[in-house]
Ligand binder design. Structure first.
Ligand code: WTA
Length: 665
């Protein structure tokens, strides 16, 4: 293309606000009939049978939705099924045993391929091993593992015997592991000796062992995957620790009948950050969750079993649960797993993987796209990406520039981009375009999916006009929704429902789910999600509670008080800013800053590491003693300061602003 044409094209793209999917895409799309929205509305909740029909039931359900006791909704009640059967056995039985289920690539380039038959064998053997370790139905098994194939195998083995799994992101600290095992009263852990990050072998078992030391109850059994082989760190396995391969050898060839689970039985627990310091154990069920993850994988990600599909998230987060493991495998497709970082050994690693496996569908996070943009289009240009048919993003708002870059440089202006809004709690996608039906508007996620009833309201719950900012709410239940917070119904009601519901009513219409996100809607009903309105910050698409970070900082010797806010960050979306008051007004120097950072890494993990630690003699507080976080955010963002007249100590804000300015230079 001539330079002139190129310039013209860029200018056109920059101004374009609406993008249509190509006829070619629509013609082959899993969902392409626009009437689907109306059908769902007119026949609600019965229309959700469409989702349930995507999976096999041992016993069919009696009722689609039981809403007699809101907000404790039940879906597909009376139905019986097994998630592992749906993700594995049924494909083996249906003539797809030789189809590839998982394509795994290690950071150093080694690969492993599991057909559905391979997966069937390994899931069965590990299920037998877990049973032999004493794991029974409904026991919570904690999986603290990096991106190795043994992780989805362990998840499916748990599902097979009806033991809910609780996956803890491998990047989390020992303390975070202990907190989650304690909270779930989990007595079995599956972990790994280590993994590779940017070429280096990391010692994971050391962290796992430290976490185990912090578990308050007895741990019956620990299984350790040997990932590093000769690069391993020479740990002696403790008394209750077993080598994965040894157990698999012991149970070679064994078969375990998938346990019949009730639709409402727990499939897994996933801990996520909230407003208080304690992570919340989000409970997902077998029937509703699996149907929902599978349905959205089909309708939004347009996955077909012939596809090679790749979601570059980590299975340690909900995105990996729903859209690396459960949804794609239930559909019988090939799901790609990559162990490492996108810039190892070079900044074209992801494009190299797409070319190598001829990936059809690629799903990633805006924070990654912003990094790719910064590295430049010459990296994707080195590769043939023409196998791609659809692109997706998740985790945080994507700005139109990044959207267009992704559309042009990765999708060659031929692939629709789905910007999918959802949460750990929603189980699957909620607000996004259906790629075979809708036009796309960069920066806006799209309309609510069929059957999802979302509204933007003001603080009193009244719907706001198009274009005005308000709060996102969901007015009807959906099958993938969390059922409660583990062993804490009260907090469940308080966190998600209290704000906009009539909590004394048993009429489902009076109950409104509040995801704690701000949003606005345009005249076409397209929703733009603006970000969290609670004390949660979103760093590179990872949810972190400011309270969790604050309590870690206050635990550091020499710190009296701390306030943490999220500040805009070019690559991460948001970055952690910590404002710290030292004990006795002591000077905060480099040494203390170092210990604060270490304290946060120990309590949560490196993802929560503060970008800036600002020492200050005071924090801006209202007369009633509440910290004014908004002002601290303004300071961190270098913005004009908001109204300080309600402060008890208005002068402090300028002092802090100067300090931040100095630290930046
Ligand atoms: C944010 C990740 C804007 C949002 C699946 C939500 C988004 C939180 C989008 C959930 C999006 C996720 N546009 N914001 N497409 N997707 N978010 O639980 O604030 O890790 O509440 O689930 O991420 O994060 P979580």
């Amino acid at each position: 293309m001539s330079d002139e044409n190129q310039v013209e094209l860029e200018a056109r793209l920059e101004e374009q606000e609406v993008f249509e999917p190509s006829e070619e895409f629509v013609a082959q799309a899993n969902v392409s009939d626009p009437d689907i929205y109306e059908e769902f509305e007119e026949n609600w909740p019965q229309s959700w049978e469409r989702a349930a029909e995507m999976i096999d039931w041992d016993e069919s359900y009696d009722e689609v939705l039981d809403d007699s006791n809101p907000p404790f909704y039940k879906w597909f009640t009376g139905g019986k099924l097994n998630a592992s059967y749906n993700c594995v056995d049924r494909h083996v039985e249906n003539g797809d045993k030789n189809r590839v289920a998982i394509k795994w690539e290690g950071e150093h380039g080694e690969t492993r391929t599991y057909t559905y038959q391979d997966l069937y064998r390994e899931v069965n053997e590990f299920a037998a091993a877990l049973r032999a370790q004493g794991v029974e139905e409904d026991d919570v098994v904690t999986l603290y593992m990096p991106m190795v194939p043994e992780l989805p195998i362990a998840m499916l083995a748990c599902a097979r015997i009806g033991a809910p799994h609780s996956v803890v992101f491998a990047g989390f600290s020992a303390e975070a592991l202990a907190t989650r095992m304690n909270s779930a009263d989990s007595r079995c852990l599956v972990t790994c000796d280590g993994y590779y990050r940017r070429g280096d072998a990391l010692d994971h078992l050391d962290k796992a062992n430290e976490g185990l030391d912090g578990v308050d109850h007895g741990v019956d059994s620990v299984v350790v995957v040997d990932r590093l082989g000769e690069d391993g760190f020479d740990h002696e396995l403790r008394g209750n620790q077993h080598d994965w391969d040894d157990l698999m050898a012991e149970h070679a060839g064994e078969r375990v009948e998938p346990v019949e689970r009730d639709a409402e039985d727990m499939l897994f627990l996933m801990y996520t950050s909230g407003t208080t310091g304690q992570p919340k154990g989000v409970k997902h069920t077998t029937g509703g969750y699996l149907s929902y993850a599978t349905w959205t994988s089909h309708a939004v990600l347009d996955i077909e079993k012939e596809d090679t599909y790749w979601c570059s998230a980590d299975i340690g987060w909900i995105t990996g649960h729903s859209y690396i493991v459960y949804g794609p495998l239930a559909l019988g497709t090939t799901t790609v797993m990559y162990e490492g970082t996108p810039d190892f050994p070079n900044r074209d690693r992801l494009w190299d993987i797409i070319e190598k496996y001829a990936v059809d569908i690629f799903y990633t996070a805006p924070t990654a796209i912003r990094a790719f943009m910064k590295w430049g289009s010459r990296f994707p240009e080195q590769h043939d990406l023409s196998s791609l048919r659809l692109l997706g993003t998740v985790g945080e708002p994507i700005n139109p520039r990044a959207w267009k870059w992704y559309y042009k440089h990765i999708g060659n202006e031929e692939c629709p981009v789905v910007d999918t809004w959802w949460q750990t709690e929603t189980g699957g996608m909620m607000v996004t375009t259906l790629p075979g039906v809708c036009d796309m508007k960069p920066g806006s996620a799209g309309p609510p999916l069929p059957g999802i009833d979302a509204q933007i309201v003001d603080t009193s719950g009244t719907e706001v006009d198009a274009g005005r900012a308000g709060y996102l709410t969901v007015n009807k239940p959906w099958p993938g929704m969390l059922r409660t917070l583990y062993k804490n119904d009260e907090r469940f009601v308080q966190e998600y429902w209290q704000e906009y519901s009539d909590v004394n009513s048993d009429d489902s219409d009076d109950w409104v789910y509040f995801p704690e996100d701000g949003a606005k809607v345009d005249d076409d009903g397209y929703i733009t999600v603006l970000g969290r309105v609670d004390d949660v910050i979103n760093v590179s698409g990872h949810r972190l509670g400011t309270m969790e970070i604050e309590s870690a900082i206050v635990g550091v010797e020499g710190v009296a008080e701390a306030a943490v806010v999220g500040a805009n960050h070019e690559l991460k979306g948001e970055a952690v800013y910590a404002y710290v008051i030292t004990e006795d007004g002591a000077e905060g120097g480099e040494e203390l800053r170092g210990r604060i950072i270490e304290g946060v890494e120990d309590a949560i993990g490196p993802i929560a590491r503060p970008e800036e630690v600002v020492f200050t003699p005071e924090l801006p507080k209202t007369r009633s003693g509440k910290i004014m976080r908004r002002l601290l955010e303004d300071v961190a963002n270098g913005e004009e300061l908001g109204n300080t007249s309600t402060l008890r100590n208005p002068e402090i804000v300028d002092t802090i602003a100067r300090q931040v300015e100095q630290q930046r230079n």
